[in-house]
Design a protein around this ligand. Structure first.
Ligand SMILES: Nc1nc2c(ncn2[C@@H]2O[C@H](COP(=O)(O)OP(=O)(O)OP(=O)(O)O)[C@@H](O)[C@H]2O)c(=O)[nH]1
Ligand SMILES: [Mg+2]
Length: 241
């Protein structure tokens, strides 16, 4: 029987991490690598491992890669879409727990990364930004979203069908965009604790992109809180349009 789960790996120069991740990917998944223009051996490694390799559409940035992967998924017959960062930070051996959580009444499951490991590998400032935007977003949406910047996700087919037409983000703000549109469309978001490791290879997250992500984080929080207030004033409708 063919696999009904697709694992999406967004990549930009992740040759070393792809090699290290491969033995950890559990059976039952086909792998799609969506690449943002790698100049190292990412393509060769992906193809030698038997993965589907495509170049991203829509422009530059991780968000374009994720959206390209979702579009590809929708054109296929897979039932579930999982996604992890391809830099070795997320452990694919935790995919089963994510999929189980998805089966327990969620449309989307986010992997919530261990906080002390986030401090260890990303630093206190990153954790502070993540925790504060996660807390404000949780307040706006009235649900617990402890790690809004996570790269670890699982989606039902219905979730991708609902979300994909609304996603606009090009870069690292894709996580905010995903949660915002899931909430607007009334999708049920759950989370599951996951580990977090040191990345292999070079970070693509420059100081400029870090500030851009903070700017987008605050913008999404502001828009979400404003919509939440509007929703309350209008008598608590679930889906805000
Ligand atoms: N397709 C695609 N993937 C990207 C792009 N930029 C980054 N990625 C991938 O997105 C994932 C997350 O990027 P990272 O560079 O790890 O960024 P981060 O996790 O926010 O930060 P660090 O882990 O601290 O470097 C990795 O798998 C990257 O290879 C891009 O422009 N296109
Ligand atoms: Mg990373």
């Amino acid at each position: 029987m063919p696999n009904d789960r697709l694992l999406l790996l967004p990549t930009l120069n992740e040759e070393a991490a792809l090699k290290a991740l491969a033995p950890e990917i559990p059976p039952g998944y086909d792998v799609l690598v969506v690449d943002g223009g790698s100049t190292d051996g990412t393509r060769q490694v992906a193809e030698s491992l038997g993965y589907q390799f495509i170049r991203q559409k829509f422009g530059k940035g991780k968000g374009c890669g994720v959206r390209t992967g979702m579009e590809w998924f929708l054109a296929s017959d897979y039932r579930l879409l999982a996604m992890i960062d391809a830099d070795y930070t997320n452990d694919p051996r935790e995919l089963e727990g994510m999929i189980t959580a998805l089966g327990n009444g969620c449309d989307i499951v986010m992997g919530s990364r261990d906080k002390s490991l986030q401090i260890k590998h990303l630093g206190r400032f990153s954790l502070f930004i993540n925790l504060s935007t996660s807390a404000l977003t949780s307040l706006a949406y009235g649900q617990d979203l402890p790690d809004i910047q996570t790269g670890y996700w699982a989606f039902s087919r219905k979730a991708v069908e609902t979300l994909y037409p609304h996603l606009k983000a090009s870069g690292f703000e894709i996580e905010y965009d995903t949660v915002y549109n899931s909430w607007r469309e009334g999708l049920r978001i759950g989370y599951r604790p996951v580990t977090f490791r040191s990345r292999l290879g070079e970070s693509k997250f420059t100081v400029y992109l870090r500030f851009k992500q903070i700017y987008y984080g605050l913008t999404y929080v502001y828009v979400s809180l404003a919509l939440m207030l509007k929703q309350r004033l209008n008598g608590g409708r679930k889906k805000v349009k």
